[in-house]
Design a protein around this ligand. Structure first.
Ligand code: AMP
Length: 597
């Protein structure tokens, strides 16, 4: 195994990060910096402006949080030093939590997420108590700066996270306004998955000689491996998907990739508890033990290894028939290395990748790098698993019949003579005993088609957006499960679909995936949202603003009657930079249907 003797990769402790941060990174179980961290951290520690082309899942949050926290000046007053702008409240909370986790060994560190939809007074109190790190959505940050409740003079570092998403959601002007309010001398880091011209222009205007970092991947082919991809949202879903795969797939050896050392141990323990011969493999385990574990895999004493990228480097075991990317890798190169652990010595191999909704862009980079489309697969069905269980049970009986059964045959005959039952009844009772009280079959799980209305208005909605034809110029009724709302802002107020999506997504915490058709007329607009919006949310939305204008949203039919759209209309403008016309005289200016992200 060449891998275990390779030159050690760069470690976090070689990078000049402050000791409390190194401790937190170690607590988190990170083994080595991800490629974006390796490139970005030294420049950020040197105080340079940076532009990073990186998507979610690359480790970009730590790439800016660790150096910025290292550079945090000690202060007693706790005035804001770091400001992070994020497109959604979900991301703002996530980034704030990451700052807290990385800064947990720092004394007196206070981090505050601020976003629309939350009561101002809560945020005000926290701001007054003092915070060094503020992570917020542009609209709410702007409000606090205007009110004088967020002081900008002491801010020396600014991060624009997911800049392209902020642009898509109509926050460009807000972001520019905020940038104008900040001190001239500051360090700025801009992160974006894509680099459209508008983002480049911002970088050019507001950043000083930024270092540009793009993690490029060579294209490689991975042809002996059959690649599939499964959507799994959340930890429980991942474990359940893995246990279904373990039951439904015929595998010999399996390598499961996770991100951290802690996860290798936890997942291996969970698999052992499910009855599999599994073991962890990570960089903390002594070399001799790691070699022993690999030998055990070769000797079929272990069937599943749960590993980090570092620990599995160069691993060459012929019997690995399956590689599961339980956590998506940080870049396409790591993916290619991972799946190369199967399909060895001329065999074919299977690679299954678990992704969540936010990781789709990483999937795209992987497909580009491998020049292969990864097939979307369904979870193994309950019927398929049960068929395997029944086949397995029958096989056990066949194997047992090949052993010495003479003693039990005598016993069984004796029982049949003593009791008035047929052999079939006796066999069934013995099968029940053999199962030890566990049901042989998996119960059919009902897959919810769409979440209940109240679930759609929680922090992480899951339902799919129902898109209707984007170019339709006919006023279609709302899709099933959606209802139509009217907004008192139209094209004459300069409103765009992205502004509406941005305001609703942030203020009402509705994922943009759930925001349906948007139609913009001269003086008002309509938007379709999932049925059952709670009154509180509606009240909040009613007051929320796009720039300085209030949405005054209400259910269609409540209050003002909506005029019927004009009979003759121009072809509506497509939302996402499409080429629909907008030159006609008709009153409906644009239509947006379905997801924007
Ligand atoms: P991000 O791209 O910032 O959203 O990070 C994606 C995930 O990677 C988060 O769950 C982080 O906790 C995790 N992560 C970040 N850096 C590392 C690292 N060096 N090693 C392992 N996991 C990491």
């Amino acid at each position: 195994m060449s891998s275990l003797n390779e030159t050690p990769p760069l470690s976090f402790s070689d990078m000049g990060l402050a000791a409390p941060l190194l401790q937190a990174v170690s607590d988190a179980g990170y083994e080595i910096p991800t490629p974006i961290q390796e490139e970005m951290i030294p420049h950020m520690l040197a105080g340079k402006d940076v532009v990073g082309q990186a998507q979610t899942g690359t480790g970009k949050t730590a790439a800016f949080a660790l150096p910025l926290l290292t550079r945090l000046a000690p202060d007693k007053t706790r005035s804001p030093q770091i400001l992070v702008l994020a497109p959604t409240r979900e991301l703002a909370i996530q980034v704030a939590e990451a700052f807290e986790a990385y800064g947990k060994h720092m004394k007196n560190l206070r981090v505050l997420p601020i976003f629309g939809g939350q009561d101002y007074t809560i945020q005000l109190k926290q701001l007054q108590r003092g915070v060094q790190v503020v992570v917020g959505t542009p609209g709410r940050v702007m409000d606090h700066i205007r009110r004088g409740t967020l002081k900008t003079e002491t801010i020396h570092s600014l991060v624009l996270d997911e800049a392209d998403e902020m642009l898509k959601m109509g926050f460009l002007e807000d972001v520019k306004w905020i940038l104008e309010q900040l001190p001239g001398r500051k360090q700025t880091a801009l992160f974006s998955a894509t680099m459209p011209k508008t983002i480049r222009d911002i970088a050019q205007k507001y950043l000083t000689e930024p270092v540009e970092i793009t993690i490029r991947t060579k294209t490689v082919s991975a042809q002996t491996v059959n690649q599939r991809c499964l959507i799994t949202n959340g930890l429980a879903a991942k474990l359940s998907a893995l246990s279904r795969i373990l039951e439904a797939e015929t595998f010999d050896g399996m390598l499961v990739f996770v991100r951290t050392k802690i996860q290798t141990v936890e997942l291996a323990e969970q698999l052992v508890a499910l009855g599999y011969a599994a073991a962890p493999l990570n960089g903390d385990i002594q070399q001799s033990q790691r070699l022993r574990t690999v030998e055990q895999l070769k000797a079929k004493k272990i069937d599943i290894l749960v590993a980090t990228d570092v620990a599995a480097r160069g691993l060459d075991v012929e019997r690995i028939s399956h590689v599961i990317n339980y956590d998506i890798p940080f870049d396409a190169e790591a993916y290619i290395h991972r799946i190369g652990r199967t399909g060895r010595a001329g065999r074919s191999g299977e690679a299954i990748l678990f992704i969540n909704g936010r990781e789709r862009s990483m999937l795209k980079s992987i497909e580009q790098a491998t020049r292969q489309k990864i097939q979307m697969a369904d979870l193994p069905s309950t019927a398929a698993i049960n068929k395997k269980r029944i086949d397995g049970f029958k096989e056990k009986i066949t194997t047992a019949l090949q052993g010495d059964t003479s003693f039990y045959r005598t016993l069984v005959n004796e029982y049949l003579r003593e009791n008035q039952i047929v052999p079939e009844q006796l066999a069934a009772a013995l099968a029940l005993l053999a199962q030890g009280g566990r049901p042989l079959l998996l119960e059919e799980q009902k897959v919810p088609v769409a979440p209940a209305p109240e679930q759609r208005y929680t922090a992480k909605p899951r339902a799919k957006t129902r898109a209707v034809g984007r170019t339709s110029n006919i006023q279609l009724p709302p899709e099933e499960g959606m209802e139509r709302f009217r907004i008192e802002l139209g094209s004459e107020h300069g409103i765009k679909p992205a502004n509406i999506v941005g305001a609703i997504a942030n203020e009402a915490d509705i994922s943009s995936r759930h925001i349906g058709r948007i139609a913009i007329y001269d003086s008002y607009s309509t938007v379709d949202l999932p049925c059952g919006m709670p009154d509180d949310t509606l009240r909040l939305l009613h007051k929320s603003r796009v720039g300085s204008k209030t949405l005054r949203i209400q259910r269609l039919g409540e209050g003002i009657e909506t005029p019927q759209p004009a009979a003759r209309r121009q072809k509506p403008e497509r939302f996402n930079g499409g080429n629909g016309g907008s030159t006609g005289k008709g009153r409906k200016k644009s239509v947006h249907s379905g997801p924007v992200l």
